[in-house]
Design a binder for this molecule. Structure first.
Ligand SMILES: [Zn+2]
Length: 474
């Protein structure tokens, strides 16, 4: 903070006269990570990348007042209110806080074992620039809901959370932390139970039947909630027909192209992936499925980050130094084995699936971004959210398109675009200050200097330092 010119005058007076409408009172456990907590902040000389895909605007002044963006315009044309903390951001950019939709609050500590991380993951998401997120499935029952509530109450540092219910899954996964649905009536009952308990999002999984999925969609829509799926037993086309809102993992897990696919049966992950790996993204079959998803308004979530860690030739992920050393070693061993596997299906699957995501986007599809911090354990929140947008650019999106996917598209899907997802007067001041220009160099997303959530500025270095070497444990 000392590097910024401070012109704070009469802040106390303003703070007293203006009640903070949206901002919670922060507990000391959260305040320790805060670098800017002033009612009025003026960001000056900053490049604004607003999240809508519009060209960056240079030399802007942005005023944050009481947690919201109260003014925005060219330097010199926007009055700087008395008492504002003025931050000269020459050479820096501001983007909307990221809205990522395939996030988790658990970590794969061992085969089939998931450690629930109530503290470290939420801090890392915030440090990486994520100010809103949907958890896409949970392994902790009430955990995601309680974590969401504690963040809203100001007792825990982290993004705003759309909290999912536990996975809605039929028999076949054999994970002790996942309950198995019995039938469609059971699926309805489970949706209503978790909606009553505070879940606001529903994730269906690989072995659900069409009848159960239909029941989930009906029950969730009745309560005003959306349904996503990491599917296998149900094809993308079938799910779209049933009215699903969102499909996870791009086209990596589509079973539409498995020739001997039996209804309601998952042909196995490998068989599905083989069919995608051998698919021509320009074929009539691929185009037809994409057109159907666009027509039915089904959003598709790209989670390239989790597949990247298994793909030969892809770099070692960033952020591994935050892991508990034993877990880091475990991941690095798995990564090395993946790199050495010359027969890896991922080598052909990864480029094909990326091309399909871009084709979906170019066809007008609602592409969303997420990271899925599961897999082999190398997908680290925050770092991977930045990497996901880098991967979209490497796949063929422009940096401005990728930023939109990771901000406004997520907010639009979650029904929060009137509040967050882009930089505009009246919206909440969820903003990421970056050194550099991600519109020209997407990797500048890594240079996070401050993350504003509802106008409160968090210090990413402090958030990261608080968990270093301990992620996987808490
Ligand atoms: Zn996931």
């Amino acid at each position: 903070m000392t590097k910024y010119r401070l012109l704070a005058v009469a802040i106390a007076m303003f703070a007293a006269s203006r009640a903070t409408a949206q901002r919670p009172t922060l507990a000391a456990t959260v305040r320790q990570f805060v670098s800017v907590d002033t009612t009025i902040v003026a960001l000056t000389h900053v490049r604004v990348i607003d999240g809508t895909g519009a060209a960056p605007r240079e030399s802007q002044t942005l005023i944050i007042r009481d947690g919201s963006i109260s003014a925005l315009g060219d330097d010199g044309k926007v009055a700087i209110p008395a008492g504002a903390l003025v931050m000269d951001l020459t050479g820096k950019s501001v983007i909307p806080g990221m809205v990522q939709v395939h996030e988790h609050l658990f970590y794969p500590t061992g085969p089939g074992i998931y450690g629930n991380l109530a503290e470290s993951f939420t801090r890392l998401y915030l440090a990486g620039g994520v100010t809103s997120m949907r958890t896409a499935g949970n392994m902790n029952g009430y955990g995601d809901i309680a974590i969401k509530r504690s963040i809203d109450a100001g007792t825990r540092a982290g993004p705003w959370i759309d909290a999912t219910a536990p996975y809605l899954e039929g028999p076949g996964l054999n994970l002790i932390q996942v309950r198995e649905l019995k039938d469609a009536a059971d699926a309805t009952r489970e949706v209503n139970f978790w909606a009553d308990e505070g879940a606001t999002s529903f994730k269906t999984y690989m072995h659900i039947t069409r009848a159960e999925l239909a029941a989930v969609i009906t029950a969730a829509h009745k309560r005003g909630f959306k349904v996503t799926g990491h599917l296998c037993s149900v094809t993308y086309r079938e799910a779209a027909e049933l009215g699903i809102d969102n499909l996870e993992h791009g086209f990596f897990v589509a079973t539409d192209f498995v020739t001997d696919k039996k209804p309601d049966e998952c042909p196995g992950q490998v068989k599905g992936q083989q069919s995608v790996a051998s698919l021509d993204p320009n074929s009539a079959a691929a185009k037809s499925l994409i057109a159907e998803l666009v027509k039915k308004n089904v959003a598709v979530t790209s989670t390239l980050t989790v597949f990247e860690t298994r793909t030969p030739g892809q770099p070692l992920p960033r952020g591994l130094d935050v892991l508990d050393p034993q877990l880091r070693e475990q991941f690095e061993k798995g990564y090395a084995a993946g790199q050495a596997n010359t027969q890896s299906l991922n080598a052909t699957l990864f480029p094909k699936a990326r091309a399909l995501e871009v084709a979906f986007f170019r066809a007008g599809g609602m592409l969303l971004a997420g990271t899925d911090p599961t897999g082999g354990g190398g997908v680290i929140p925050g770092y991977s959210d930045q990497r996901e947008l880098e991967l979209l650019v490497e796949s063929g999106l422009t940096p401005l398109e990728a930023i939109k996917v990771g901000t406004l598209n997520g907010a639009t899907f979650l029904g929060r675009a009137s509040k967050v997802g882009s930089i505009a007067v009246g919206k909440e001041a969820d903003l990421v200050v970056l050194n550099g220009n991600p519109a020209a160099r997407i990797v500048d997303l890594q240079n996070v200097e401050i993350v504003f959530k509802q106008g409160i500025g968090y210090d990413p270095a402090k958030l990261i330092a608080s968990v270093k070497g301990k992620v996987g444990l808490f």
